[in-house]
Design a binder for this molecule. Structure first.
Ligand code: GAL
Length: 419
């Protein structure tokens, strides 16, 4: 509940009162505005769970959920940019670990470091060093990871023998399974929602790993592999073949509607990050009973990292409340509440695996030994300008299906933004 001017709500603790004084919110509304793009089934539920944990500790704070719909932040990022540039930041916002924050709002001097929160919460002993490195620059930490999503995941509706987990190990196996399903009368066995194009960028990054391996993929961002390599064309050719099996309305629907085609039984497979698992479970689908999840074809033993984090903008209107939010995001209770619904695995290493479904338990196990690859589509591999250029190119590719033209345009983008 919000509180009136000059008042604090009944039940306010001394600590809350001091926090409110420090942030100057005692004279206005005692709010916490959280900005994200989590509006779909699963992701919205995960966020709501974290809000509950926050409310348990700070009952008098009114949480304002400022989520903007559109997968991968396809609409939210522009809204956030307008607000940040206009000096009207939310109290905290969802942002991918790495370049998406560091080369934008950190560089523009619009963020406060969270280094002192990180240290006082002791996150060095509970959040892996590699994740800390991704959210750091200079000697500071800029955001706290809440999860790790797997971008290279294939979701299969159960009951379709032609497209079962043992028929999808390689991209060739997968295509031949889709062929059988189509021959059996299913028009669009592979569900795709490509509104915003980022979903096709995910197909590209997964297929590059399948074609060239994790080292080749990682080398594309440190200069040890070339975007002119034939592996890029191989990856594009596999997307082109996949397009023979997808729903024709894919440019008009998003990832969650594509996932819905599996529950409606009009498709049997979809390649999407494990937020799709959150969608399925939010729609009462039982993991490993109604559906299952495996690494996307050809990418076993690798993990395409998509890591959601929250940071602290300069001049956050409710700064003290925002600091407490960041603490909840990094806490065991927050991550234990959030991740099972969100579909991700926790960023912290001490959240018990036993609270997760069987697919997440497998992913937690696989994560420990997998070769980690940062996602282009979800902000960690490369600067935003490169990612959005790749998205546009993939939008062209699904229309024209011109492998040579897209391969050469991708190499040009790499020359422009990765050197
Ligand atoms: C990603 C984000 C995920 C999920 C997905 C679909 O960018 O990291 O948490 O929300 O978009 O919206």
């Amino acid at each position: 509940m919000g509180v009136g001017a000059g008042a604090l709500a009944l039940g306010t603790t001394f600590a809350e009162f001091m926090a409110a004084c420090a942030s100057g919110t005692t004279g206005g509304k005692n709010q916490l505005e959280i900005f994200s793009w989590w509006t779909a089934g699963g992701e919205a539920d995960g966020l709501a769970e974290m809000f509950k944990i926050y409310k348990q500790q700070y009952a008098s704070v009114e949480i304002v959920n400022a989520a903007v719909a559109g997968g991968a932040g396809s609409n939210a990022k522009a809204v956030l940019a307008t607000r940040m540039q206009g000096g009207k930041p939310p109290d905290s916002f969802q942002v991918h670990a790495g370049q998406e924050l560091i080369s934008t709002w950190v560089k523009a001097d619009k963020m406060e470091p969270i280094t002192s929160i990180w240290n006082s919460e002791g996150w060095d002993s509970t959040i892996p060093k590699d994740l800390k490195t991704i959210v750091s620059s200079g000697s500071d930490v800029w955001s706290v990871p809440v999860n790790i999503h797997r971008g290279n995941a294939l979701w299969l509706a159960s009951g379709a023998d032609s497209v079962a987990p043992n028929t999808v190990d390689t991209l060739d196996d997968f295509l031949s399974s889709l062929g059988k399903a189509k021959a059996g009368g299913m028009k669009a066995p592979l569900a795709l929602g490509s509104k915003g194009n980022w979903q096709v960028t995910m197909l590209l990054e997964n297929n590059i790993v399948a074609a060239g391996g994790a080292d080749f993929y990682r080398g594309l961002f440190n200069g040890s592999s070339s975007w002119n390599d034939n592996n890029i064309k191989v990856a594009l050719n596999y997307i082109k073949s996949m397009l023979n099996y997808v729903n024709s309305d894919h440019p008009t629907i998003d990832w969650d509607q594509a996932a819905g085609r599996l529950t409606a039984k009009s498709s049997v497979a979809t390649i999407m990050g494990d937020w799709a698992k959150g969608y399925f479970t939010a729609n009462n689908q039982k993991p490993d009973t109604d559906f299952t999840g495996v690494p996307s074809p050809g990418t076993a033993k690798t993990y395409m990292i998509v890591c959601d984090t929250f940071g602290l903008p300069k001049n956050a209107p409710d700064r003290a409340n925002a600091i407490n939010w960041i603490k909840v995001c990094g806490s065991e209770a927050g991550q234990a509440a959030f991740n099972p619904k969100k579909g991700s695995i926790p960023a912290r290493t001490d959240v018990p695996a036993s609270i997760f479904d069987s697919i997440a338990q497998r992913f937690i196990g696989e994560f420990k030994t997998a070769a980690l690859t940062p996602s282009i589509a979800h902000g960690s591999a490369a600067p935003e300008a490169f990612a959005s250029g790749v998205n546009d190119e993939m939008g062209q590719f699904v229309q024209k299906k011109d492998v040579n033209a897209s391969a050469s345009n991708l190499a040009k983008l790499a020359d422009q933004f990765l050197k």
